[in-house]
Design a protein around this ligand. Structure first.
Ligand code: N01
Length: 533
């Protein structure tokens, strides 16, 4: 029996991160539905519960916008302190939210949902948990996380390594000491690049094993002033509208035409934006940076120059030069990453020239020899976006599993509904804007859409709502067409599923968030692409 002594609900939510917490509040408090949420962790936070590695921060100029937007009271009372929010700060915020809206009483923690199957006769989802419970609901909301399933490399002998071993996405709650240790870090995505400078401050030696160099840009993190916070509070409802219509952030983007500037003038623009915070190179430099090869090459070369200027050893600098299109892998905001290579206790192994052959009990063997380490940090990322849904592997009509359905394409409709899986909705599923939009606001807007769908079913006294296969097919083409008009598909990245061996290659996001949410509004009115019965 579940806590709350019920085994049937209107809505079951899986996941208590940003998406799941808001969905619980909305369905329970705004729609008056009976709701139960489940999470395997012991507390709220989802991604932010697990990613506690040193240096973990939001990878966007975040505060106060990487936050819920729906409650002015919440906006007014929460004190963000820095422009680039730390993991600890995000976690405290979510604790505060859970308390303020009394959410925890309806979340069953430390409980994994081990199965979810659709009962066609009853139009109900039946979930099983690892606590032996069987619970049903008409609607199933999967807020299972876009960055949840850790990617574990399977190098020969890795399990024989006898030192401490941590994955950044599963970092322990107890403090980890690097003091006096030789630490090997595999992976130079956001997690590696955020943690390496912090680890290097304490460790005896850090050896970084890099497969692909990165365009990391200065985060320029700084304290957020009271004036800035108060100004955003005073204008919150306008800012919220701007975020909705400007791709998730309220900032006005400057639409310069590259052709109107000489190369020297463009260079001056890049310099200015670099000083403001490198992310502006992507969003504020020149229209078409992510689509026009020549323009992108120019920005790429500008960042490479900055790396050359920063890293003193030319050989190390050479290995750190990214050689793909700027921004086609997730851009990283760093706090002293490249400077870290000027320390005596940091060295870099370029795995493209000197690949890992195997692990031993006490180190990593590459072509050039053994690198002895006491601790291994795997900053190797995630089976992103689709991974957590496939791990859940719900069974839809006629017992079809999601693994069967998603064998070749992660087909779905609007990044949220799946043909063959009635009454199931994903928050931030494949093809939704996800990390290309502010995720907390994206979750709120997606929940509003799901809420309209549920309301429609209930108002019309229907049993189910289900995406059609035709709508899925058209949606697939639409997503691909948007991505194919950019340079993103040219690069192997987790956006393309290319970081996981054998994963279908498919662009996993929607690049035009505001347009996407207009579309959700439209479909909420018309129910286009859905079968209701
Ligand atoms: O993961 P990643 P991440 N051998 O996939 C390498 C978000 N995030 O955890 O590039 C050797 O980006 C891999 O190499 P390559 C953010 O959206 C958010 O760093 O595939 N190396 C790469 O260098 C981010 O984009 C915040 O060739 C291997 C690295 O490991 C996303 O999470 C904070 C390997 C993985 O980089 C993922 O970031 C941090 C192997 N077998 C992260 N396998 C927030 O703001 C992989 N690599 C919430």
């Amino acid at each position: 029996m579940s806590i709350g002594n019920k085994n049937n609900y209107d809505v079951i939510i899986i996941g208590a991160g940003f998406g799941g917490l808001y969905a619980l509040h909305h369905f329970r408090d705004k729609m008056n539905l009976s709701v139960r949420a489940f999470d395997g962790a012991s507390g709220v936070g989802g991604t932010w519960w697990y990613n506690r590695y040193p240096g973990a921060r939001v990878d966007a100029p975040s505060s106060p916008f990487y936050a819920y937007t729906f409650s002015q009271e919440l906006v007014d009372e929460w004190e963000w302190t820095e422009t680039q929010t730390s993991q600890a700060s995000v976690r405290s915020y979510l604790e505060h939210v859970a308390k303020k809206f009394d959410l925890k009483k309806d979340i069953q923690f430390e409980t994994w949902v081990t199965d979810a199957s659709f009962d066609e006769a009853k139009n109900q989802w039946i979930i099983q948990t690892d606590k032996g419970e069987s619970i049903s609901s008409q609607f199933l909301i999967c807020a299972t996380g876009a960055l949840f399933v850790a990617n574990m490399p399977d190098y020969p002998g890795i399990n024989e390594f006898s030192g401490e071993c941590y994955h950044t996405g599963r970092w322990p709650h107890e403090p980890v000491s690097f003091k006096g240790k030789r630490v090997g870090v595999i992976g130079t995505g956001s997690s590696g690049i955020q943690s390496i400078p912090e680890i290097a401050k304490e460790a005896d030696h850090v050896t970084v094993f890099q497969r692909t160099p990165q365009y990391a840009l200065p985060a320029r993190n700084r304290p957020l002033t009271t004036e800035e916070l108060n100004e955003s509070r005073a204008n919150w409802s306008d800012l919220r509208k701007s975020m909705r219509h400007r791709g998730g952030w309220p900032f006005k983007t400057v639409r310069r035409r590259a052709a109107d500037y000489t190369p020297e003038e463009r260079r001056a623009v890049y310099e200015e934006l670099w000083e403001q915070g490198g992310i502006h190179l992507a969003i504020n430099s020149f229209a078409g940076v992510m689509a026009k090869k020549e323009l992108n090459d120019e920005v790429s070369e500008f960042v490479r120059e900055k790396i050359r200027e920063t890293v003193k050893d030319p050989e190390t600098a050479r290995k750190l030069m990214p050689d793909y299109y700027f921004g086609t892998k997730r851009l990283i905001l760093d706090n002293g990453y490249f400077e870290t290579y000027n320390r005596d206790n940091v060295s870099l192994v370029d795995l493209r020239e000197d690949p890992i052959e195997k692990f031993t009990r006490s180190g990593i063997v590459t072509g050039s020899g053994e690198h002895p380490i006491d601790m291994l940090v795997l900053a190797t990322g995630f089976d992103a976006v689709s991974g957590s849904m496939l791990q859940l592997n719900p069974k839809g009509r006629a017992g079809m599993s999601l693994k069967e359905k998603w064998d070749v394409h992660f087909d779905n409709y609007l990044g949220t509904a799946i043909a063959g899986f009635p009454n199931l909705f994903m928050i931030h599923g494949p093809g939704a804007p996800g990390v290309f939009f502010t995720m907390p606001l994206g979750g709120e807007l997606t929940t509003a859409f799901i809420s309209d769908c549920i309301e429609h079913v209930r108002r019309e006294k229907l049993g189910s709502i289900e995406a059609t296969e035709q709508a899925e097919l058209e949606w697939r083409h639409e997503i691909n067409e948007i991505a194919n008009n950019t340079l993103y598909p040219e690069t192997d990245s987790w956006y393309m599923g290319a970081n996981i061996p054998g994963k279908p290659r498919q662009f996993l996001g929607h690049l035009r968030g505001s347009q996407y949410f207009d579309r959700l509004d439209e479909v909420a009115r018309s129910q286009d692409g859905f079968t209701l019965q």
